[in-house]
Design a protein. Structure first.
Length: 108
């Protein structure tokens, strides 16, 4: 469903700064897909805003971190804060990383 929506990626990227433009469209689509499964798709902007804000305040903090690392932890936190349940394994499977990556990311 989301693979064929280049307009989604364009809209997200056109409103964002340099950090979001470095996150592959595939990762943004995966994040949205995960949030849709728990009816939190409107929270994707919040996650991307957090990444952008942190980068502007402390650019060195995100240095060397993969897009999977950044988004996986944020998705986990957003789901938990909104009373939804996404396991670390589900998130890891979607982003092609390990549950350990998700765990380290949300603690970061």
């Amino acid at each position: 469903m989301f693979e064929n929506s280049p307009s989604l990626a364009y809209v997200l990227r056109s409103r964002r700064g340099i950090v979001i433009n470095r996150i592959p469209t595939k990762r943004i689509i995966e994040a949205r897909r995960l949030l849709v499964t728990v009816n939190l798709e409107d929270k994707l902007d919040e996650a991307l805003d957090i990444i952008e804000k942190e980068y502007r305040e402390k650019p060195w903090l995100l240095s060397g971190k993969s897009s999977a690392f950044l988004l996986s932890g944020l998705i986990y936190i957003i789901a938990r804060e909104n009373g939804k349940w996404l396991t670390q394994q589900e998130i890891a499977d979607s982003f092609g990383c390990t549950p350990v990556t998700v765990r380290h990311s949300y603690q970061f």
